[in-house]
Design a binder for this molecule. Structure first.
Ligand code: SF4
Ligand code: MG
Length: 338
């Protein structure tokens, strides 16, 4: 069966005054219907850029794209702006960290949701308003028939986030891209929004790409996980595989310590010494080598010279020169030193 979304060898390069920034440099993944893919990594790892490219929201003048993005069999990289505009909202939608950036302060929340609906369905004003009330109800806004006439500033932060979700889902999109949608919210509201997304996914069968730097959120919502570093995928697998038996030294760093099988991982990203690589002049070989603790374990100084390939078997893979035996030894040491 064909995956619902299939990304193949995606490259997203920007031209800047100083040269070409290789923001995403050969990324491949699949997403099945109704599944959630968590993409995790530090800022500048290429997570947001990847998703802007899927949505066709990148800066077209300064960005060159290469590879393949198939959504339900349709090639998005070569699709025209009008076609993408139609797909956005209808077939794919997004929610961001900042609801205020998605909602206009000049129009009521209800009007904005209704207009989105009308634009894609041609519904009447009355139908669209009824739909807006219905969506606000579904995302848990109290008294939706009254609040539909409020302006965004009359909503609390959590309610605005719910309204943005209502707007994103008003046309039943099959793909929802959520870019750090709960980062700005307090923990309680965060949990409520996550529950809401899970409920809506159940109800609508939406496929979700969830971008986050918070492994607790990944543990909560993802089916599969992709770890990005320096514009490339360094590890992927099911949530359980990546969080419980991580293979890549970068993932070990993110997890802070070797997680044990009996304790589910629920920790924020551990800061790793050093800074993310420049994508203007990325490090040679393994892009993580300047920050990695283990290059000397690899014979012949390969880490600094040879790019480790991501070999994927049944959806599970990592890109590192360490042998499975070395990895097992290091993990045993790390576990012992905890
Ligand atoms: Fe570290 Fe080398 Fe593996 Fe890169 S390839 S993560 S530098 S051990
Ligand atoms: Mg981002």
């Amino acid at each position: 069966q064909q995956p619902f979304l299939s990304v193949r060898d995606l490259k997203v390069h920007f031209s800047t005054e100083d040269g070409i920034v290789k923001a995403v440099d050969g990324l491949s993944f699949d997403l099945a219907k109704g599944q959630t893919l968590g993409i995790v990594g530090e800022s500048g790892s290429g997570k947001s850029v990847t998703n802007l490219a899927i949505l066709g929201l990148h800066d077209r003048k300064r960005t060159s794209l290469d590879g393949e993005i198939l959504l339900d069999g349709k090639e998005l990289l070569t699709a025209g702006e009008r076609e993408l505009e139609k797909l956005r909202g209808n077939k794919m939608a997004m929610i961001f960290q900042d609801a205020l950036a998605s909602l206009s302060p000049y129009h009521t929340v209800g009007r904005q949701i209704a207009e989105t609906y009308r634009k894609h369905t041609g519904a009447s004003k009355q139908e669209a308003r009824a739909r807006a009330v219905e969506m606000l109800r579904r995302v848990g806004i109290p008294q939706p028939d009254v609040r539909v006439d409020d302006y965004p500033h009359q909503f609390s932060g959590g309610m605005r986030q719910r309204a943005m979700i209502a707007m994103a889902l008003v046309c039943d999109p099959e793909l929802l891209i959520a870019d750090e949608p709960t980062t700005a919210l307090d923990v309680t509201v965060q949990a409520q929004i996550m529950d809401l997304l899970k409920d809506l996914q159940q109800e609508f069968g939406t496929s979700i790409i969830f971008i986050t730097h918070d492994l607790g959120v990944i543990a909560d919502i993802a089916d599969d996980v992709l770890v990005m570093y320096g514009g490339r995928c360094v590890e992927r697998g099911t949530k359980k595989e990546v969080l419980r038996t991580p293979r890549h030294p970068y993932t070990w760093g993110l997890l802070g310590s070797m997680p044990s099988l009996d304790h589910p991982v629920d920790v924020p990203l551990n800061p790793i010494p050093g800074s993310p690589p420049s994508l203007l002049n990325p490090p040679t070989g393994c892009r993580f080598h300047p920050r990695c603790a283990f290059p000397e374990k690899v014979a012949g100084g390969l880490c600094a010279t040879e790019r480790p390939l991501l070999d994927v078997v049944d959806g599970r893979g990592s890109a590192c020169h360490l042998t499975p035996e070395q990895r097992a030894d290091l993990l045993a040491d790390l576990a012992g030193s905890r």
